[in-house]
Design a protein around this ligand. Structure first.
Ligand code: AP5
Length: 295
């Protein structure tokens, strides 16, 4: 333990310029935080060595340069993000960009359910009946499925980006009882009239998983265009039902997460929406690392 901490602190001391932005591995050096340091495979939390309470094993390594002696590393929590919004508000599109920049593990409740359907499981068959009607799939199917994914080591280590879960009070409470809360809850806000057009024009690339829109983000070439698929619930009729379900449930979430909710206007260009999301995530990360620095 002591030697790995010494190594981490030494690596931080050696790296005096900030690496490219990523939130996977926030690293502090004498009060400065450099997100994305490759110095260790885990996020690092630094406490001042001048403060009391550190065990002898975690005290300053003698052989380190002076700058590195001021900090001692312990593991920090990675970023935890929930993203919500009406059908086709752009959750999946923004998640792709967030995942690329911040390295979080993307967990989409809708994707997990579609995987069950594709695998022909009993849960998948049952879930499809509800999805066809634009209704929420019952908790006994969804809750454990998401919880299990969330508790896997990659999500715990890299941080997570929960897309489309929770969607109801009972789903949120299932996480609360486990002490699972996000650092930030992003709510994408898009006028209803845009949503129907987005849904019916959406296409998916089964090879890369990329989301397209025939008008707003068309496929790059004929080869991709020819293999695009459409979701079974992406019809005008079904999206209206999905919208109803969304509005019936979303209010109940707001009170649970009101201290971390950020509402973002999602009716701009994809990059412009991402700029707002990015700003909020950076600020959330800064707060988190700031809290660690002053701990
Ligand atoms: P899910 O798959 O999660 O569907 P959804 O919530 O309806 O959301 P979508 O995936 O339709 O849209 P999105 O917001 O991700 O938008 P996207 O980025 O693709 O859930 C499906 C069903 O599963 C539910 O109805 C329910 O039955 C069940 N389910 C899921 N979670 C559940 C849960 N927790 N509990 C119970 N049941 C659950 O974008 C849409 C289109 O718009 C794309 O074509 C995209 O290219 C385009 N677009 C995106 N952003 C922009 C932009 N800024 N400008 C122009 N076009 C854009």
């Amino acid at each position: 333990m002591a030697s790995s901490m010494a190594a981490a602190a030494a690596a931080a001391a050696a790296s005096l310029s900030p690496p490219p932005l990523s939130t996977e591995r926030p690293v502090a050096l004498c009060g400065q935080f450099f997100p994305g340091s490759p110095a260790s495979s885990r996020p690092l939390r630094f406490h001042s060595a001048r403060r009391g309470g550190l065990s002898p094993a975690t005290r300053k390594p003698r052989s380190l340069p002076r700058a590195a002696k001021a900090v001692v590393a312990v593991k920090a929590d990675p970023l935890k993000v929930m993203i919500a919004g009406a059908p086709a508000s752009g959750k999946g599109t923004q998640c792709e960009l967030i995942k690329t920049k911040y390295g979080l593990v993307h967990i989409s409740a809708g994707d997990l359910l579609r995987a069950e359907i594709a695998a022909g499981t009993d849960n998948g068959k049952r879930a499809k009946e509800f999805m066809e009607k634009g209704q929420l799939v019952p908790d006994e199917i969804v809750v454990n499925m998401v919880k299990e994914r969330l508790l896997q080591p990659d999500a715990q280590e890299k941080g997570w980006l929960l897309d489309g879960y929770p969607r109801s009070y009972s789903q949120a409470m299932a996480l609360e009882t486990l002490g699972i809360r996000p650092d930030i809850f992003i709510l994408l806000d898009v006028p209803d009239e845009l949503l129907v057009e987005r849904v019916v024009g959406r296409r998916l690339d089964p090879v890369t998983g990329k989301i397209y829109h025939l008008k707003y983000s068309p496929p790059e070439n004929e080869e991709i265009s020819s293999r695009l698929t459409q979701r079974f619930d992406d019809t005008e009729e079904k999206v209206k039902l999905r919208l109803q379900t969304h509005y019936q449930n979303v209010e109940s979430l707001l009170s649970i997460y009101d201290d971390v909710i950020v509402k973002i206007k999602g009716d701009a260009l994809v990059d412009q929406v991402f700029a707002q999301v990015d700003e909020q995530l950076t600020s959330s990360l800064d707060k988190k690392t700031g809290m660690v620095a002053s701990a």
